[in-house]
Design a protein around this ligand. Structure first.
Ligand code: PLP
Length: 375
């Protein structure tokens, strides 16, 4: 089986985790937590990074740190993983769904202003599958309406966006907060884990405080809590794995981009296959290489996915629209034409770092043969 997205563990993971076990520093305090936060912060060139137990906690912590709560509205895409949206409800706010563009498959910034009301407090742009939301116009709108921006940058770790002044910015560093997940299928993994980053030192320190039960140690050693905090901390063992994974990130990104180019070259001439759009101001890391199956391909999407999986090619349909799911059916939404169309036609193809060029060729040949009606 060629898996959709599995971890690559080939560096210092064993060594660093063993060190945690040998020294007894296994829990939520320890030098690897500090080191992982520091290295991650450095990698993204932000002021502050806070390690969390998963990506969902990082998004929840961002909302809580910004004081978003009951009655507030937060604009979110519908075509994303549900973890981008659930935290909005956890804090008592209301998600307001917005459509995607037909070619980048991420939040359509042109539709933003019509979704804003006097209750809107924040926008959560999600950089789906490694592509990026058009951040410059989004930030302009956020500024105009005094809205916070929390980038769910999980799938675009390493992707970059060029602003009109010519500067490149890594995904997750353009908003008030950027959030990441290190679940097993992401670019780098800690088994389970997450990270919150920000350029704002005060906000970053507040987030770190809330992440650790809002704990304050008095000069005499007594511990007090002046507000309600949470336990979202990442254990030292997982942070040790994160440090080892982060040492390999540049290598992993180069492999992902190389594999995306291979996919592109093999698939570009097959009728009815729409390839991911790469805008010239975005460096797209292609966390999951993804395609659309159009009417003229000759087989419908579900049939294609079934045939691929039967031949040992781990593939899957796109995220289904969250606003159509039972818990979200009653929340506000605008036109969702692109969300419906893209989520019904999209296919994620195997994208692990360990994917070989031979695997890639086999996958593309299979897609070609299904198109020709040979399989
Ligand atoms: C994986 C993912 C998350 C968070 O995942 P956790 O499993 O909570 O670590 C959030 N948003 C997106 C878009 C994701 O892909």
């Amino acid at each position: 089986m060629i898996p959709l997205a599995i971890p690559n563990i080939a560096g210092n993971e064993w060594r660093y985790i063993k060190e945690c076990l040998d020294t007894n520093w296994v829990s939520s305090v320890g030098s690897y937590v500090d080191l992982f936060e520091e290295k991650f912060r450095e990698y993204l060139s932000t002021q502050k990074a806070v390690a969390t137990m998963n990506g969902t906690a990082a998004i929840t912590l961002a909302l809580q740190t910004l004081g978003i709560g009951a009655g507030d509205e937060v604009i979110v895409p519908s075509m994303t993983f549900v973890a981008s949206v659930n935290p909005v409800v956890y804090v008592g706010a209301n998600p307001v769904f917005i459509d995607i563009t037909p070619d980048t498959w991420v939040m359509d910034v042109d539709m933003l202003e019509e979704r804003i009301t006097e209750k809107t407090k924040a926008i959560i742009p999600v950089h789906v599958y490694g592509n990026m939301v058009d951040m410059e116009p989004l930030l302009k709108i956020a500024k105009k309406y005094h809205l916070y921006v929390i980038e769910d940058a999980t799938e675009a770790l390493g992707s970059e966006y060029r602003t009109s002044d010519g500067k490149w910015h890594k995904a997750g560093t353009l908003g008030n907060f950027g959030t990441f997940s290190f679940n097993g299928n992401k670019l780098i993994t800690t088994g389970a884990g997450g990270m919150l980053v920000t350029h704002d030192v005060d906000l970053g320190e507040k987030a770190k405080h809330l992440c650790n039960q809002a704990k304050t140690t008095l000069p005499n050693g007594d511990i007090v809590h002046e507000e309600i905090g949470y336990n979202y901390r990442m254990p030292n063992i997982l942070a040790a794995m994160g440090v080892a994974q982060l040492e390999k990130i540049e290598e992993y990104i180069l492999i992902k981009i190389k594999n995306a180019k291979l996919y592109h070259s093999y698939l570009q001439n097959i009728e009815g296959i729409r390839l991911p759009k790469e805008k010239e101001n975005v460096k797209h890391v292609h966390w999951l290489y993804s395609i659309l199956i159009e009417e003229n391909y000759g087989s419908d999407r579900d049939e294609l996915i079934k045939k691929l999986n039967e031949r040992g090619i781990g593939s899957r349909g796109f995220f289904q629209p969250i606003h159509t799911m039972r818990p979200y059916a009653d929340y506000s939404k605008g036109a969702m034409n692109n969300t419906y169309r893209v989520s019904k036609r999209g296919v994620n193809l195997p994208s692990s770092v360990s994917l070989s060029s031979k695997d890639c060729q086999y996958i593309c040949n299979t897609i070609h043969n299904i198109h020709r009606g040979c399989l």
